[in-house]
Design a protein around this ligand. Structure first.
Ligand code: CA
Length: 191
């Protein structure tokens, strides 16, 4: 009796390992027009801290992420952002009153306080996201970059021209359904 063989093509593996946006040490750049959602990924800090995010260098937006109270996997949507938009993350530490930026140059001790890793598999959603984790102590701490953590995901939003085609397509489908229903009711009457 032969054994059942399972094969996984290289193409299928490659499809699973799609990258979720480009990342540098400082910022995450939105790869394509998307709904951008952050998911709280815990924190291993004795300090009490909160995550903020700045879009395109604007005023920091307070997320709902608090390392002492927020449930794991809590989402926070930034809405639709265009390709090329940038996200700068901020770790505000209540105990010290200090805020660390993912933009290293903005930090008062002049060193990096963040780790950014694209293509991380998450338990909170299907697919991958970019990991953002902070180190909360002035001068560097233990450098495990897990004091407050988030995953960033991009859900593609069709461009306007694509929406136009979709609307036209749905309109056509609606008319076809109308014609079908008319035909059906007429044939029913005639039966
Ligand atoms: Ca640490």
């Amino acid at each position: 009796m032969g054994k059942l063989k399972l094969s996984l093509s290289a193409a299928a593996v490659a499809a699973v390992m799609t990258s979720a946006g480009s990342a540098s040490a400082a910022v995450i750049t939105i790869p394509y027009m998307s709904i951008v959602t952050l998911y709280f990924d815990g924190g291993d800090a004795a300090f009490h801290e909160a995550l903020k995010v700045s879009v395109n260098g604007g005023s920091p937006i307070a997320t709902t992420f608090d390392n002492k109270t927020t449930p794991l996997g809590t989402p926070f949507s930034l809405g639709a952002l265009a390709a090329g938009a940038t996200l700068t993350f901020l770790d505000h530490v209540y105990n010290t009153g200090l805020t660390w930026s993912s933009n290293d140059a903005a930090n008062s001790d002049g060193i990096s306080h963040v780790a950014v890793t694209p293509g991380v598999t998450s338990p909170y959603f299907s697919g991958t996201g970019s990991y953002v984790g902070f180190e909360d102590q002035k001068g560097g701490g233990d450098k495990d970059f897990n004091d407050i953590q988030a995953l960033v995901t991009f859900t593609p939003v069709p461009e306007l021209s694509t929406w136009g085609m979709l609307v036209a397509g749905f309109g056509g489908l609606g008319y076809a359904a109308f014609r079908r229903s008319r035909k059906n009711s007429l044939s029913f009457v005639g039966a």
